[in-house]
Design a binder for this molecule. Structure first.
Ligand code: 3NM
Length: 217
């Protein structure tokens, strides 16, 4: 896959944005320069069924307008149904190779990993990229576990140089550069973007830090 698309990877669902509209937040983040969006609809009050499908379709349309890949978290059937660009699964979301078989070779497959072994298995099973986390403390994911530290990014990058890595978990604008310099292709964030007052401006600032770090400055 095109690794540059992972540079600033925004993740959100309706439960991450208070009483704002997800499409408004997404549009602001797209204007600010996110390079991938993942719809992760989880937790109390999360949309389901037709409501979730309608939201996914709207997110997809908006992402298409900005030529930004649209990824669905966990729900492989929904991803296929709405024609998402890809799907992202966790370690508990079933057999990675079977998901690859189901979505075909063209769609992006991302896998959450928490160790070198997880990353090797994901790579062997056909993942296009791995998420590594949580790098820092996060309140956005239940049972995220203890931070694995940014060293794991460096270790996986050394062992699997061809596998694109996205760091995740508690990443802020200040910490983003460090994650990139450890060898990640990009940073994935929920709260740093979703909780910001001016989503577009904050996204633009984070994008600036990530771009700077990516060019080795
Ligand atoms: N996955 P924030 S951490 C969705 O470690 C997710 O796999 C993680 O949110 C992992 O940017 C996480 O607000 C939450 O910390 C990321």
């Amino acid at each position: 896959m095109d690794k540059s698309k992972l540079q600033l990877y925004f993740i959100a669902g309706t439960t991450n944005i208070g009483d704002r509209n997800l499409l408004d937040v997404l549009q602001a983040a797209l204007k600010g320069g996110i390079t991938t969006f993942q719809l992760r609809e989880k937790g109390e009050g999360a949309l389901q069924g037709d409501d979730l499908k309608a939201l996914a379709e709207q997110c997809k349309q908006l992402c298409n307008k900005f030529k930004v890949p649209f990824i669905v978290n966990d729900d492989v059937d929904l991803a296929v149904e709405v024609g998402a660009d890809g799907v992202h699964i966790g370690q508990e979301d079933g057999d990675i190779a079977k998901v690859r078989e189901k979505i075909g070779s063209e769609k992006i497959l991302g896998v959450s990993t928490h160790s070198i072994e997880d990353a090797m298995a994901a790579s062997d099973a056909g993942a296009n990229y791995v998420g590594i986390g949580p790098l820092f403390e996060t309140t956005s994911k239940e049972n995220a576990g203890a931070p694995v530290g940014t060293e794991l990014v460096r270790q996986v990058a050394n062992v699997l140089p061809g596998l694109p890595i996205v760091g995740i978990g508690g990443i802020t604008e200040r910490k983003a550069g460090r994650v990139i310099r450890e060898g990640a292709s990009g940073v994935a964030m929920i709260s740093a973007i979703a909780n910001s007052e001016d989503v577009e401006q904050v996204t633009r600032a984070i994008k600036g830090s990530v771009t700077l770090a990516s060019t080795g400055v």
